[in-house]
Ligand binder design. Sequence first.
Ligand code: ADP
Ligand code: MG
Length: 349
Amino acid sequence: MSLSEFELIERFFKSRMTGVLNSAVRLGIGDDAAVIHGRAGQPLCVCTDVLVSGVHFPAGADPVEIGQRALRVNLSDLAAMGARPVCFTLGLTLPSVDEQWLSGFSSGLLGAAEQFGCSLAGGDTVRGPLSISITAIGEVPSGEPVRRSGAKPGDVLYVTGCLGDGQVALHYLDIDAAESTAHQSALAVAGQNSARKDLTPEDTVYLHGRFFRPEPRLDFADLARNLMSSAIDVSDGLHADAGHLAKASAVRLRINLDQLPFSQSVLRLTSEAERGNAALYGGDDYELCFTAETAYRSQIDAIAASVGLRVTAIGEVKHGSGVSLFDRGVAAPANHPHGFDHFSRVETP
Ligand code: ADP
Ligand code: MG
């Protein structure tokens, strides 16, 4: 006999939400709505991500990893606002009650919830093709949320972590979600993807971790909130996401390709052209792209060092519009002017 909706919620979600992950959540799963006590006058940030099987993750992927990734990508949006996680709700559409899958999924999801102090406060569970919708709420304890719209000419453009890992992981680990087909074309732009190098066991572990457990840059964002003039998280490739930031701020962003940060694995596995394309047009990196006044540079570096995060200056904010690429001081063309867009995949002749 398969579990009822209410037994399922109790067994895999409510009973596993042990302890209070976040004290702002006064009432969690079990009533008609959750109750959150925000601190007086503080802004709350709310964001939603929907992940569909076969589009955002391969149908056969490990449910523990699906659960981890589903929450982490949402928390990356909170980090991009300079917000601290409070709680989230889960909209779960399941084709059937697969207890083994649910058990793995809830341990991945709630493992991430515990790690980041973000309570599961409610949700909805229905039957249908597998999809996961998460709405996360974050608080901004001091100052204002960081918007996309605050970049000023003269500011420095930065990125956290390394770029291109998500794309290279999709390519080398043969992660086969529909979206990855679009992403793979970014490596193929360089025309060299047929000669794959062998992955070392370390590369495999590293790339798998980077794809399924992206690290929301919450600690850095919390400390640097009041220094950042604008921020966005890089989920669809640096070119597209920097473009959104440029548009919102009504500025031009100059990106120096020779300053882009790459991991050892990406440096070893790809040619220069391939990794440039992976960073610019690939996606799935979940790093922060942000701007700050030049006067804050040493403070930014000190915060990055204090949380053990690589933060790299990759360009500058200029007057104008759009994104312009430079390689060793020379203007470089954009190869592939859009990041991933779910509704532009049908090629027009
Ligand atoms: P209602 O019919 O009032 O919307 P439901 O019967 O759908 O309530 O859900 C009962 C309780 O379980 C609610 O508190 C809801 O937030 C919670 N809930 C439902 N599905 C999930 C889920 N997938 N994860 C966490 N909580 C859930
Ligand atoms: Mg309901």
